[in-house]
Design a binder for this molecule. Structure first.
Ligand SMILES: Cc1cc2nc3c(=O)[nH]c(=O)nc-3n(C[C@H](O)[C@H](O)[C@H](O)COP(=O)(O)O)c2cc1C
Length: 212
């Protein structure tokens, strides 16, 4: 169905996708590219076909700085909570490129989307949330294919971000994504490069028949 070249490209994109903080080039993503990436996000699978996500695009530099300031406070609180040895490993790690990326996309989750009788969510309520996360992964891979970087920022108070974008209960912001052109993508994840935590081997993650 797909050529070897197309399949190779897909696996390359999956392998090369990185969480980007320091490599944003400082330009803003072009509007047509942004819309292609959002269209990819909007094609994600969703429980009961509810498409429970929305995307709030923030590009006003003033607002980006404002949010970055909030995140800096949350980063400090985390740093302060660490034992000395972890703190010195964490110190040089950048956790966001909010201003430099030029674009923030806040992905929200609406648990009421689709009404009361959602096919597939009656026993697993979180399947709605899982669906919104899949939209993020689609966005991330499409952005990588477009030569953009994406950085997921979760160093924020949820209530602050809800207020910041004007989302009201029960709609939840579930991610702030920094999206923008990059100078390069790192080959090794930052947390591995800085000695915070390395990845696991596939063999450790794959189980046959039972978990044990
Ligand atoms: C739910 C989620 C939240 C994350 N939050 C942050 C964050 O606040 N700051 C950050 O620098 N990276 C964040 N990351 C990125 C991870 O640190 C990164 O995905 C991981 O270290 C693996 O690196 P890679 O994505 O480059 O392969 C987050 C990733 C996920 C999936």
């Amino acid at each position: 169905m797909f050529s070897l070249e197309a399949r190779t490209a897909l696996y390359d994109i999956i392998r090369m996708r990185r969480d980007v903080r320091a490599e944003f080039a400082g330009e803003q993503v072009a509007e047509d590219v942004l819309m292609r990436v959002l269209a990819a996000a909007h094609q994600a699978p969703s429980v009961g076909n509810t498409q429970p996500w929305d995307f709030v695009v923030v590009q006003d530099p003033q607002r980006l700085s404002e949010f970055a300031e909030h995140v800096a406070g949350c980063r400090k609180a985390f740093a302060d909570s660490l034992p000395e040895e972890r703190r010195s490993t964490f110190d040089p790690i950048k956790v966001e490129g909010i201003a430099e990326s030029g674009t923030g996309i806040v992905v929200t989750y609406d648990p009421l989307r689709g009404g009361k009788h959602i096919l597939g969510r009656h026993t697993i309520d979180e399947s709605g949330l899982f669906s919104a996360v899949l939209a993020i992964q689609n966005l991330w891979l499409a952005a990588t294919a477009e030569g953009l970087g994406v950085g997921w920022v979760s160093f924020y108070e949820e209530e602050y971000l809800a207020d910041f974008i004007g989302a009201t209960d029960p709609v939840r912001p579930i991610a702030w994504l920094c999206v923008g052109p990059v100078t390069r993508l790192q080959e090794v994840p930052d947390l591995e490069r800085f000695g915070w935590r390395s990845g696991r081997a596939l063999e450790e993650a794959v189980h046959r028949d039972t978990f044990g």
